[in-house]
Write a protein that binds this ligand. Structure first.
Ligand SMILES: [Zn+2]
Length: 405
């Protein structure tokens, strides 16, 4: 949805400058106009004008600060006014929705979890819009001015136009989620695929802060990846993305919802791991998994206790994922790989399996200094949605919309 009304050259510079100033105020605030001019390298007159516009829109406020290196009386500083604006961050998950009203500091005002079962008889888009309207009705006494709605979901998404091409638990295709919701609510709507949005939140607040080249792997109900290249999360404003989960690794494998078969996701996703464990149990009579609940937590605990079946299953996931990751390492040359997975509970078994594949299968100059670490967040709740709004504020696109009503 971000590309509609793409600004002309001058407007684009104005938007980028406004976003940059907003970001610096967020990072350094309270900060004086003079210091803001120094760190942004924008002329004092430009700073005065931009701050004025943000102030009039209640996006920043004034407070007293000491200027850098000055012993004089306190100057007037600028900091973000995060309480006057709210946004709605939603996550669509298997069987339920999480809906959170947040202010611009990302503080949760109220969060609801709502059942959202698969239902082939009615359009999920209409049911989803109804749930959002009900949420606003339930909490209308707590609402401040609304800036935007951000939605993250699994599947194959065109983030530019807010179109959901495919969702794993849903038969409808090419659903115009962003356009329809924006028409109903009059608000900017940001739609992003789960993994990309999660990587944006890792880049803004998590395990990828300060790193320029990072691959994030997600090994969960879905298997996916996202890439930060030269400090930018790739494909956040386009219909394409990095689809490792739907790369075929077993030509004779099981059918996948994408239409192909033997995809990585059919081998390394949590449901397929549990199914494989179940199938192999009989061949491992000594496994402690016979007396444990059929969960990923039990599998990890057993592996950490030396259970051969559990170790082999986790290592085999590491090898399948590692093989594809090695190809990505040769393309993107990352300094760090961050992993978001329930299997992080057995990271001492999973990570070396992935690392060995990378060392053996990619260029040694690229692989020798890579660190593998867990993600800071797990992909729960609405933090990834909140990161979409933060990114739209930082690049100025949402600020321009708020200023122009
Ligand atoms: Zn597939």
């Amino acid at each position: 949805m971000n590309r509609e009304g793409q600004p002309g050259h001058i407007d684009h510079i104005k938007q980028a400058n406004m976003g940059a100033v907003y970001r610096l105020i967020d990072q350094y605030g309270p900060i004086s106009r003079i210091d803001l001019s120094k760190v942004s390298q924008l002329a004092p007159a430009s700073i005065t004008k931009i701050v004025r516009e943000l102030y009039d829109a209640h996006l920043v406020k004034e407070t007293e600060v000491s200027e850098l290196g000055s012993r004089g009386r306190p100057a007037t500083g600028i900091e973000l006014d995060t309480k006057s604006w709210h946004f709605l961050a939603c996550r669509i998950h298997y069987g339920y929705l999480t809906l959170a009203l947040r202010d611009l500091s990302n503080q949760i005002i109220v969060e609801d979890r709502v059942e959202f079962p698969a239902d082939k008889t009615t359009s999920w888009l209409m049911r989803f819009i109804t749930e959002i309207e009900l949420f606003f009705t339930r909490h209308q006494n707590r609402l401040e001015r609304l800036t935007a709605i951000a939605i993250t979901l699994p599947g194959i998404i065109d983030a530019t136009y807010g179109i959901v091409h495919k969702m794993p638990f849903c038969h409808e295709e090419d659903v115009p989620l962003g356009a329809e919701l924006s028409k109903r609510t009059g608000l900017p709507v940001y739609v992003q695929q789960d993994v990309s949005a999660w990587t944006i939140s890792e880049a803004l607040y998590g395990a990828a802060v300060g790193s320029q080249n990072v691959i994030q792997l997600v090994i969960d109900d879905i298997v996916g990846a996202s890439v930060i290249s030269d400090g930018r999360v790739l494909h956040t404003d386009s219909g394409c993305r990095i689809e490792i989960g739907h790369t075929q690794v077993d030509p004779a494998g099981k059918p996948c919802y994408c239409g192909n078969h033997g995809c990585l996701e059919t081998i390394a996703s949590m449901p397929s791991i549990l199914a494989k464990t179940h199938d192999l149990l009989a061949a491992y009579p000594e496994s402690i998994l016979h007396s444990a609940p059929a969960t990923i937590e039990s599998l990890c605990t057993a592996a950490n206790q030396g259970d051969q079946l559990a170790i082999e299953i986790i290592q085999s996931v590491g090898h399948s994922v590692g093989h594809i990751t090695a190809i990505m390492v040769n393309i993107f040359n990352p300094e760090k790989i961050i992993i978001g997975s329930p299997l992080n509970l057995a990271s001492s078994i999973l990570y070396p399996a992935i690392e060995n594949c990378i060392r053996q299968q990619s260029l040694s100059q690229y692989s020798e200094n890579i660190r593998i670490v867990p993600t800071h967040f797990m992909n729960q709740g609405t933090m990834p949605g909140a990161a979409l709004v933060k990114m739209a504020l930082y690049n100025g696109s949402l600020l321009v919309k708020l200023l122009h009503g």
